[in-house]
Every structure is written in C-alpha cells, then in structure tokens.
Design a protein around this ligand. Structure first.
Ligand code: NDP
Ligand code: 2IT
Length: 445
C-alpha cells in the first residue's frame, strides 16, 4: 500500500479537512502491514473505497427563535460504510461542527462499530446549531426542522442515528416525535430513546461505563485495578458522567471535570451528590463548570486550563477531539499516570499518542474504549426488533462482555514483541479486517 500517495490524493480532494485526514492517516498507518500481506485487499481497491463515505447529505435548517428571529444552520448526515450493517452513529449539535469533523467521526465509527461484535455500519451527522442558552421550545423547533429533512434518508434497517455532543435524551425525543409523525411508524429508527418509548436501560450510562470497563481490562494486564486510583476526567457531559459513576463504583476517585471555561479539581473526589450535580450543570445549558467550585468548597476552579496538569494515576479524556496535546501528554507522564483511556472520539493529538506509545504507558484509543455507547445502541435495536425490553442487569452484563471482547481483539492484533500492547494498532486492525472481508464478499457495489 502506498500510504503517502493515498494521503496526498485525499488531501488534494479534501483540502483543509484536518480532522478527517488525521483520522484516516492514523488508521492507514496501523493497517499498512496487514494490507501489504493481503494483496487481494489492494486489487479490490478496499482502501480507496473505505476512506470515502458512501454519501453525504448536506442541508440547511431554518427555524424561528422565541423572539421571532429567523436562523439558518448547516446540517449533515454522512453515511460512511454499511458493509456489516445499517449505517449507525450519533448526531452532534455544536457550533464547531463541519464536514471534516463529521467525516472523521463517521470514519472512526466504521471500525468502532465493527469492534462491538454487532452488525452495525458507520455513519455520523449533526449541525453547527448551538444548543447553549436555547430554550426548550427553540431546541424542539430546531430538532423538528432537522428531522423534516433527515427522515427520508434514515430507517430502522437503513441508518440509525443516536446522540453525541449536544444531543441527549431530550433532543432524541423531539427528533423521534417528528420522525414518527412523518414516517407513520414506531420503530427503532433512533437509539438513546426514552425508557417509556423503546429506549434501553443503561444506554445513558453505557459510553462511560464501557470506558471504565475497558480501562479496568487494560490495568489488569499490568496486574493493577482501579481500586484506590486517582482519575482525571475531562468534560462534564454524558460520557464524563457515566465514567465518573463507574470509577466510584470500582473504588477509584475522580478528581477533575472540565468544560470550555476551564477545569475543576476536587481532591476529595467527585462522588455521590456531586455526580448528580454534573447532570444539573449540564442541564443548565450554560456550558460552564465553574459553578461546581461555588457549590462544593473543597474544589478549586482553574480557568482556561486543562485537567491534565493534575497528578493522577489514570486519565479519561471525555470531552472532545484534540483536547489532549503533546505538552499535556508530557505532564501526565511526568506525574506518573499509567493509563489513558479515551472516552471521547480522538481526544489525543497524534503527537500526544506518540509520547504515550513510546513511553509504553497503557493507551486505549476512543474507537475501542468508548464503543460501549454504540454497542448498547445495538442492544437497543435488538430489543426494539424483538419488541421486548431487557433488565438493567441483562444489558449491563452484555455491555461488560462486549468491552472484554473488544479488549481481547486489541490484544490479539496489537501485542508487541516486548509483550506490551499497542491498542491503537490492535483496534484498527481488528475493526478493519471484519469490514474489509465483508466488502470483499459483497463485490464492488
Ligand atoms: P455532551 O454534550 O454530553 O458533553 C460533551 C462535553 O464536552 C461537554 O461537557 C462539553 O461542553 C465538553 N466540551 C466540548 N467541547 C469542549 C472543549 N473544547 N473543551 C472542554 N470541554 C468541551 O457529549 P458526550 O458526553 O455525549 O460526548 C463527549 C465525547 O464522547 C465526544 O467526543 C463524543 O463524540 C464522544 N462519544 C459520545 C458517545 C455517546 O454515546 N454520547 C459515544 C461515544 C463517544 P459543551 O458542549 O457545553 O461545550
Ligand atoms: O461516537 C459514538 O459512538 C456515539 N456518539 C454513539 C453512536 C450511537 O449510535 O450510539
């Protein structure tokens, strides 16, 4: 495989799509040897076919705010690859959303979904709509207008969106209501639904729980557990919340959370009612974590800084892409951090990953670590198809089992000669092989 030629061609076709090019390069670097050992992948053009999405829908959404002002937002759905199942992936509402970010997320989703062991293809969608400071009625009107366009492209066996940054249970509810009205059907067309209308127990917690289950498996390879460990978490959203809950349950202590305004350090630990307070902060829709330090006096707020400067054993970046750079990685290592597990998608920059890999600390990439969210979405689709609901324990057990299988797949394909594990390589190869072989089976379509 001529990696440089492929990347040069891609850069020429999609100049400036930084995140997308970054995600593709990382995967191609990992799978280069496997592709070279399997010439039939090259003769079937698997790589060139895999790195471009099947299709991208771009549309505008116009809506009216509570004061009668008209707004126009850019919206997208990227259907990347459906070789192993219907397109599946979240919807992100954030002012930073653009095609590059959604293509990187859709591309990552192909391999992540493949790792879950479930029949799920890869896709992603979203809008530059900013939910911050919007009223419930404004969010409802926007979600309805968004679905008015999107509904023709999706379906329970075609493309099944879910939440991501800025899209949680509330937004999924408004979108589902509009889809149901337009399509005149009640099906599992979206996941992350409310428990009363087809949602799965554990789905809200699943990404964070899965992240911690994966970190637990990583630590076990070094004979370590989470018990007594201090943990830095970034973000204060859905994933950060689930991860904090599970770390507490397993005997660890989360001491940070962060937002776009800075980070909170709470050496006493973010436990019990403080974890509930994270939900309140998030629901306040104001995009700041600073109020935590007013509410709990043992905590300190550090404006415009990141939690990676705090001395911890484990780091769980759970906010957004490229939030952990080279200097942050150096600080974590200097302070003795032994395990970094990515709850968010691509939160570490390539330079940061390079440092973690060279220092041989445990580093788990997002597509393996945070796959518990989409895996539990897959379990929600199964329950919807059966028209049955599993108990909390049943879903949690299945999720736990899936995270162990993903860890095993990373070990199988990522073990280095020195017996340490390259989880980036392991996850990319394991995820790739299933998709590439399915593409071969199905011909050039
Ligand atoms: P939420 O919207 O619930 O939370 C995102 C959190 O990150 C918020 O606290 C958000 O603040 C914060 N954030 C966003 N940008 C920044 C920034 N530049 N600096 C610091 N904090 C920031 O989203 P999720 O928890 O669902 O998503 C978090 C990450 O996890 C994303 O990378 C997402 O793709 C990934 N993920 C999510 C899954 C899910 O099921 N929800 C599944 C797998 C991965 P604000 O938005 O207010 O700026
Ligand atoms: O990045 C992700 O895996 C998600 N946002 C969840 C996708 C899903 O379909 O549940």
């Amino acid at each position: 495989m001529d990696l440089d030629r492929i990347m040069n061609d891609l850069e020429k076709k999609h100049p400036g799509e930084i995140e997308y090019l970054q995600a593709v390069r990382e995967v191609l670097e990992s799978i280069e040897d496997v592709v070279n050992e399997n010439p039939h992948f090259e003769s079937a053009g698997i790589i060139e076919r895999l790195i471009e999405p099947d299709r991208v829908l771009t549309f505008k959404v116009q809506w009216v705010d509570d004061n009668g002002k008209v707004h126009v937002n850019l919206c997208y759905r990227v259907q990347f690859n459906n070789s192993i199942g219907p397109y599946k992936g979240g919807i992100r509402f954030h002012p930073s959303v653009n095609l590059s970010i959604l293509k990187f997320l859709g591309f990552e989703q192909i391999f992540k979904n493949s790792l879950t062991t479930l029949p799920l293809g890869g896709g992603k969608g979203g809008s530059d709509f900013n939910p911050k400071g919007k009223s419930d009625s404004e969010i409802m009107r926007f979600c309805q207008a968004f679905m008015l366009e999107l509904w023709r492209l999706i379906g329970p066996n075609t493309d099944v969106p879910a939440g991501d940054i800025g899209v949680g249970g509330k937004e999924i509810g408004y979108m589902y209501g509009m889809y149901k009205k337009l399509a005149r059907e009640n099906t599992g067309v979206l996941t992350g639904k409310g428990l009363n209308w087809g949602g799965s127990l554990i789905r809200p917690e699943a990404t964070g729980f899965g992240t911690v289950y994966f970190a637990k498996e990583m630590l076990a390879t070094k004979g370590e557990t989470l018990n007594g460990k201090t943990v830095a978490v970034s973000g204060f959203g859905n994933v950060a919340w689930g991860a904090t809950l599970k770390v507490e349950e397993l005997g660890g202590k989360v001491v940070t959370l962060s937002g776009p305004d800075g980070y909170i350090h709470d050496p006493a630990g973010i436990t019990g009612e403080k974890i509930d307070y994270m939900l309140e902060l998030r629901a306040s829709n104001q995009d700041v974590v600073a109020p935590y330090a007013d509410e709990f006096s043992e905590a300190t707020f550090y404006p415009d800084a990141k939690p990676w400067e705090v001395k911890v054993d484990v780091a769980l970046p759970c906010a957004t892409q490229n939030e952990l750079g080279e200097d942050d990685a150096k600080k974590l290592i200097e302070n003795g951090c032994i395990c970094i597990a990515e709850g968010a998608n691509m939160p570490s920059t390539p330079e940061a990953i390079d440092i973690f890999q060279k220092k041989r600390v445990l580093f788990g990439p997002g597509k393996a670590v945070n796959a518990g969210g989409v895996a539990t979405s897959g379990l929600e689709m199964t329950q919807n198809a059966m028209k049955l609901a599993w108990t909390r324990e049943e879903v949690d057990e299945k999720l736990h089992h899936i995270m162990i299988s993903i860890h095993n797949a990373c070990v199988q394909y990522g073990e280095r000669d020195d017996e340490t594990i390259d989880y980036v390589k392991g996850a990319n190869i394991a995820g790739f092989l299933k998709v590439a072989n399915s593409m071969l089976d199905q011909g050039i379509v």
